[in-house]
Every structure is written in C-alpha cells, then in structure tokens.
Write a protein of this length. Structure first.
Length: 217
C-alpha cells in the first residue's frame, strides 16, 4: 500500500510537470496553471505525506500553517506570478516552495504531535485561506495576470472566465480535500473515545484466585 501511494504521488507530480499541463499552464490558461499548482502543492504532497508518515517536531508543525499561508499568498501576487511565468529559475522556485509548504502542512495535519483540536484548526485555516484567495480570483472584475490577458484562449474561454474558472477549481478542490481531512480527524477522535470507554477486561483467573487467597489469610 505504501509503495502504491508513493507511485500515485509521483504520478501526480509528473502529470503536473510535463505537457500538456505544464505547457498550457505557462502561457495559455490560468485555470490549467491553477490545476497544475493544486497537483503540485496539495494533492501530491497529501498522498506522499500519507505514504511516508513524516514526524515533525512540535515547533515545526505549529509553524506549518503560517508558512503555507504566506507562501501561497506571495506566489499569487501579480508581479510575483508574472516573474515566475517569465523566468525559469523563479518558476522552479515557485514549484518547489508550493510542494514543500504543502507537504509540511499535510505532515502537520496528519502525523504531528499536536493535539487533534489543533490539527483541526490547521485544516480550518487552510480552508479559510483557500476560500479567501479563490474568492478574489472568482470575483475580481478584471484579469489579474497580464500573461493570461494576452494569451491564446483555451477552450473558447475569455481571459476573465479563465481566471474565474481557476478560482473555482481552487475553491472546490480545497473544500473537498479539507472536509475529507477534517472528517478523518474527527473519526479518529471518535474511535479513540470509543476505545477509552470500553470496559477493562476481567483479571486473569490466576490473579483472581491469588487475591481470594490473600483475603482468606
């Protein structure tokens, strides 16, 4: 199972980094670029974190969400995004940073020494951040990134519709994955609670007999 998950994670990375996704995302469609980033920064890190079971120090786990939020926000600033689209080294740094921040956050959510309540807060913070950023992309009245304003249309979408589609992809994917993670954590709490409420097994017969002999003495 572990090897299968690693293979799936690597396959998601490959799909994100090779044509047609990589080529279309760089100069034709913001929505495809968003799909690429969701593969690189969320789905592949999630699958690999499940497979590899990384153990983070408590301080690192606690810093995972702020680092992820800042990283995501910075890369979506128009001037930073444009730099990534037109400079190979910056684009590589963007991809590495998105993957690393995503892997760190999922490791903190799934396997960290933080309490269940804190880990649910991490999921909630991730979802709120995704909703905020995707809402900007969906409702902003003009195209934010000039590369896509002048790009060849993909699928007959206008540049603004393309941008809003990308925001919609971020919103839907983030909600589905976040709710799934929250449900997994809550089920873990319920299972742990049910285990703690189980009656303690009866003492072995020999121990009971010994206690009886002690009382007779």
């Amino acid at each position: 199972m572990r090897r299968a998950l690693i293979a799936v994670g690597v396959a998601l990375l490959v799909v994100a980094l090779v044509p047609p996704v990589a080529r279309w995302g760089e100069d034709r469609s913001f929505a495809v670029h968003m799909a690429q980033h969701l593969l690189l920064g969320d789905l592949a890190p999630l699958v690999l974190a499940i497979a590899l079971v990384p153990r983070l120090p408590r301080a690192v786990a606690a810093a995972a969400l702020p680092l992820w939020v800042v990283n995501l926000a910075v890369w979506h600033i128009p001037v930073v995004m444009e730099a990534a689209l037109h400079h190979g080294a910056v684009h590589l740094a963007q991809h590495v940073a998105l993957f690393a921040a995503g892997f760190l956050l999922w490791a903190a959510i799934l396997w960290s020494p933080l309490g269940i309540g804190t880990r649910i807060v991490l999921v909630a913070g991730m979802m709120v951040t995704g909703i905020a950023l995707s809402s900007v992309l969906i409702w902003w009245p003009r195209v934010l990134y000039s590369t896509y304003l002048h790009a060849h249309e993909l699928g007959g979408m206008s540049p603004l519709t393309d941008q809003r589609t990308g925001g919609g992809l971020m919103l839907v994917e983030g909600m589905l994955v976040g709710l799934g993670a929250a449900a997994w954590l809550i089920l873990g709490v319920l299972r742990e609670d049910a285990t703690q409420r189980q009656p303690t097994p009866a003492a072995p017969r020999a121990l009971r007999q010994k206690k009886g002999q002690t009382r007779r003495v």
